[in-house]
Ligand binder design. Sequence first.
Ligand code: CAP
Ligand code: MG
Length: 429
Amino acid sequence: MSIEWYLDFVDLDYAPSDRELVALFRIEPAKKITMREAAGRIASESSIGTWTTLTTMSPEKRRLMAKAYGIKGRWVRIAYPPELFEGGNMPQILSSIAGNIFGMKAVRNLRLEDVRWPPGMVRSFRGPQFGIRGVRKIFKIEKRPITATVPKPKVGMSSEEHARAGYEAWMGGIDLLKDDENLSSQRFNQFERRARLSFKMRDRAERETGERKGYLINVTAETMEMLRRARLVRKLGGEHVMVDILTAGWAGVQTLREECEELGLAIHAHRAFHAAFTRDPKHGMSMLAVAKIARLVGVDQIHLGTVVGKLESSREEVLAIQRAITSKNVTGNGLILQQRWGTIKPVFPVSSGGLHPGLIPQIISMLGRDIVIQVGGGVWGHPQGGRAGATAVRQAIDAVLDGVSLEKRAESEMELRAALEKWGYIRPK
Ligand code: CAP
Ligand code: MG
């Protein structure tokens, strides 16, 4: 009598219906385990099965079984009946398709590369409240890339120094001040004090420049506290909150998204922690899959990498993420699944991490203009200070949009010239 039933979860010719969720996995089976056996184990453990046959099975329960199919080399697709999941509950869905399976002994490595979300499940999430067009409308910036800066050192400034840095950057031409991912409410820079002072400086900068200015204030905290902080941001006339989506967790982000719907606040998603499980090409989960989840849950902006900056990201991956978070429909190929987004708005790609004016032409040529460019060290390391650093970033963007080389433009713009003299075109590590 057979003690296990994993191969019942494999049907190589299976053709999933549009209703089903499809996950694309890269599997490296353990020794003496075939791809089919490994695929069956993944489909079983991520749907209704376990290691042995059961006395409690019935035809109705069998209808919830996932089906592994389309095995090509190390790649396998697994289709899941939507009844397996609770619509609108991202933690539960991920506990299924991205849960126990990564620890199974039957696989040496396993990576969740992409997920095709079926229309019924797409509709169970809010998606972005503003999207790209809505964020542009807030700041009245129609065409050019939106700029942001994080005051550096990333943590350590007092609330007064932080607000002052914001004023300098806004006056230098930067659109958005952004908190760093690990700045929340430390003793020397408490959230409420930083918020009050920074929004006051924001209002002053708006008056003096005549431009809309924004502040991506980091509300990351225990969920109830995040909601309190978001309400304070609304009261102070803010238009965005920032949240570290992966350390806050999807349940917290979903709750914050509900609150931001009421408050009319856009959400900037920082992805700190992602590289713990997205970086290894053999094991974990792709940033593409994470970014699509963030779009479903409903962030308005998300970091997607730079290729040329200090943090690891391949060109192919960055472009695939950009397509996945901005397109209405994505056509699949061997490595990416087809995806129809229905009425879910696009998400603003944020390129950040080791950027400085010398790298801006490459960022725009790779990602186009519908992006947010965040420059931290590349502003606050400028020899003439943060305001000049901010100006140099805008001068670099303007040069690109005018079709002029940075060297040429630097002949007449000293802030850009000073940035190029310090950093040239280095790709920091
Ligand atoms: C960039 C940054 C961002 C990274 C996050 C930092 O600062 O503030 O958190 O961009 O990485 O702390 O490193 P710099 P990613 O501009 O000084 O590098 O955007 O890849 O998620
Ligand atoms: Mg940071």
